[in-house]
Structure formats: structure tokens, C-alpha cells
Write a protein that binds this ligand. Structure first.
Ligand SMILES: [Zn+2]
Length: 408
């Protein structure tokens, strides 16, 4: 006997599939709309901060109105980042995206607000529109051309299509665009798992090609030795590291890196991981090797039971330089929540200023990058440090967040 599903029979698999599909599509649209709403709200808050800086900045003697607005904006960005648990760069990117889309691609922006365009496609539209010349006719053509594919295509295919549209409309010569992008060159460091990390460089294509050709040639020459057991990938990588570190060449420069080792690990009685400054946990064997033989590493020992750093500021840290080093290891990065700026590149700030009775001891010192250091002094952001060194931040609008805990 053949059974036909009835429209309202949830026991039928056909109906359950229909429901599931409708639910997924509805959720997709809600996500699109909610993301657009969040971006619009962030943009709105930052506009208010720029228009009414006093919400975020106290009556400090700032030299100019422009500076006043700038600090209010920074304090507001930090506030949003902490509340939403995203980076300040994300907040800035959302604000820039809203500005670009509202000004340059209003049709796609309203489709995004209406839930028809995905966040990924909206981001592509904003990124491409931002790089088009300031020409209303060109921008309108771009907006008109991308709105429909932005609704219909999956991100990868849409990105290809939209880049093609931009290329056709872009009047500026490719060489001029390249000259501008060269300014964005940079090196990126990304810790990975299992004691590994990535070093990436964003460089002009020709430089990259020459670098690779050089690595290929060297690796190939080394591989011709029958005793050589390393793969081409390994040879290229080893050669790159040798070149950058100046090993075996006259460009070698001394670099010292700190490593925090639990006492028992150092004695070989425990396999508890150590912390490599600026990277994170490394395995016990590597830590023992580094502290034993390499002069470019210095060590800080931690208590075998509590894991806290041995009270070095009284025992061995008589010299301020040593105290500085251990604070760098304790904080690792800027102590503003979510900020990833390396401690080595930060200011050492007295949490309670010396003029208000703050002393130079580890529980009154913390690392702040230049940006957050200035935010602390120039805006209504407040910071407090307890006796065990825990740091707590309060935003200008009253949001309280503890600093990210140190890794050991
Ligand atoms: Zn910072």
C-alpha cells in the first residue's frame, strides 16, 4: 500500500525535511539581518562618540578638538571590542564596512540589512568598493552590478565575479594600484599547535618569486648530496631560517628570548610545559634544551606546586632590568583585554601613578601598548590591580572586564 504524506504530519520524513529546510533558510536570513544590524549599531555608536566626545573623554587638557575626537573614538572602539569579545580591529573593520556600504553601495547595503545578502558577500562588496576611485557614476555601476550576484552566489564564486566587475570599472592602471598595495607589506607571526608557528610575509609578487627561486635553488643543490635526507620542503625552510637568523653569515645579531620553566621540569622530574616568551607553551624537553645550551634564552623559574613565578622581585630581581624582563614574561602582551601587542613593544605602566603614591613593584606595574596606555590616561577607561597582580578594566560606559590571565 502506498502512503501519501499529509501536510501536517510531523511523523512523515518528507514533512520533516520541508520543516528543516525552511528552518535553515529562515535562520540564514536572520543571521544576515542580525549581522547587518550589529555592524550598523557599531557604526552608530562610533558616530555618536565622534560627535559627542565627552561621553568617553574626561575634561583633560587635550591640545585640540581633533585629538579629543580621536581619543573618544579609541575609547569607544575599546568599549565595543570588550563588550562583544572581538578585537578592536574587528570593530574598526565593521565601522569601515558600514561607512563604505552606506556611502558607496547603498543598494547592496539595504539588501544586506534586509537579510538577502550574506555577511561574507557584504564584506567582499565593501572591500572592493573601498578600493574604487571616488567617482559617483562608477560606484553606482558597481553597486547595481553586484547586488543580484551578492544575493545569489556562494562567497567564493561571488568574490571572483565581483572582482571581475571591479576590474572592468576601475579606471586606474594596475601598476598604480600595485604601487599603493606595496605600502601594505608586512610580516605575520601566528602560533600554531604542537610547538610550531607560522611566519608569513606579504610582499610584492616579484620579490616573493625571487625568494622562492632562491630557496628552491639552494634546496635543490643541497638535495643533490646523496647523504642528504631532508625533503625539499624541509630544506627550503631550514635555509630560510638560516638566512633570517644570519647563522653562519656576518649579519648575525644577538637576540635574547625568555622562557618560563617550572623548576621540576628543569630538573627533569616533571614534563609540565614551559612558556616561550611571545609564543606560548612549549614541551619540557625543548625547554630544557633551550635553557641548558642556548645563550640567547634566559629563564624564569616557577613554583613547583602553585605554578606562580617564584618571588623574583625580592630574591633575584634586584636590578630593574631583571624586573622588566620578568614582567614581560608575566604579561606576554598588552594587559588591555584582547590586545595582542607583544609586551616587548609595550610601555611599562604604573597602574597607580607615582604622583598618587604608586610604587615601583611588580603588583603595580603592567604592560600597556602605546594606544591603550594613552587610552588609560586620556579617556574615562579605568584600571585597577589587586595584590596578586590581577588587573581589572572598567569602560567609560561602566562595563567591567578582567585582563586576560597570564598563560602560567
Ligand atoms: Zn594594547
Amino acid at each position: 500500500m502506498v502512503t501519501f504524506p499529509t501536510a501536517l504530519d510531523p511523523a512523515s520524513p518528507d514533512v520533516r525535511v520541508e520543516f528543516g529546510l525552511a528552518e535553515a533558510e529562515f535562520a540564514r536570513q536572520s543571521i544576515n539581518r542580525a549581522t547587518a544590524a550589529q555592524i550598523a549599531a557599531i557604526h552608530g555608536v562610533l558616530r555618536e562618540a565622534r560627535e559627542t566626545p565627552r561621553i568617553y573623554v574626561g575634561p583633560h587638557a587635550l591640545s585640540s578638538n581633533r585629538e579629543h575626537v580621536e581619543f573618544a573614538e579609541r575609547a569607544a572602539i575599546a568599549d565595543l571590542a570588550v563588550r562583544l569579545s572581538v578585537s578592536e580591529n574587528t570593530i574598526r573593520a565593521f565601522d569601515a564596512q558600514a561607512t563604505t556600504m552606506i556611502m558607496r553601495t547603498p543598494r547592496t547595503w539595504s539588501a544586506f540589512r534586509g537579510g538577502q545578502v550574506s555577511p561574507a558577500n557584504a564584506r567582499v562588496v565593501a572591500e572592493l568598493a573601498a578600493t574604487l576611485p571616488d567617482d559617483d557614476a562608477v560606484l553606482k555601476q558597481f553597486d547595481d552590478a553586484v547586488t543580484t550576484p551578492a544575493r545569489d552566489l556562494a562567497p567564493a564564486r561571488f568574490s571572483t565575479r565581483a572582482r571581475g566587475i571591479r576590474e572592468r570599472l576601475h579606471a586606474e592602471a594596475a601598476s598604480e594600484r600595485h604601487a599603493r598595495r606595496v605600502d601594505d607589506r608586512r610580516v605575520r607571526f601566528t602560533p600554531d599547535v604542537d610547538g610550531m608557528a607560522w611566519i608569513e610575509a606579504f610582499v610584492p609578487g616579484d620579490v616573493a618569486t625571487r625568494l622562492m627561486a632562491h630557496l628552491d635553488a639552494t634546496a635543490f643543490a643541497l638535495a643533490s648530496n646523496p647523504a642528504e635526507e631532508r625533503t625539499m620542503d624541509q630544506l627550503r625552510t631550514d635555509e630560510l631560517c638560516k638566512l633570517l637568523l644570519g647563522d653562519g653569515t656576518s649579519t648575525r645579531v644577538g637576540v635574547r628570548v625568555g622562557v618560563v620553566v617550572p623548576v621540576m621540569t628543569l630538573l627533569g622530574l616533571s614534563e609540565e610545559p614551559a612558556i616561550l616568551d611571545g609564543y606560548g607553551p612549549i614541551d619540557a624537553a625543548t625547554a630544557r634544551r633551550l635553557t641548558a645550551e642556548a645563550p640567547s634564552f634566559y629563564r624564569v623559574l616557577t613554583h613547583p606546586i602553585t605554578g606562580t613565578v617564584l618571588d623574583l622581585d625580592r630574591v633575584t630581581l634586584r636590578v630593574p632590568a631583571d624586573m622588566k624582563r620578568w614582567l614581560q614574561l608575566r604579561d606576554q602582551v598588552c594587559t588591555f583585554p584582547g590586545c595582542g601587542r607583544r609586551a616587548a613593544r609595550c610601555d611599562l605602566d604604573h597602574t597607580v601613578d607615582r604622583q598618587f603614591g604608586g610604587t615601583t613593584k611588580v603588583t603595580n606595574l603592567s604592560h600597556l601598548c602605546r594606544k591603550h596606555h594613552r587610552a588609560k590616561h586620556m579617556t574615562r577607561w579605568k584600571v585597577a590591580q589587586s595584590r596578586d597582580g590581577t588587573i581589572e578594566w572598567t569602560s567609560p560606559t561602566g562595563f567591567v572586564r578582567a585582563a586576560d590571565p597570564p598563560p602560567f
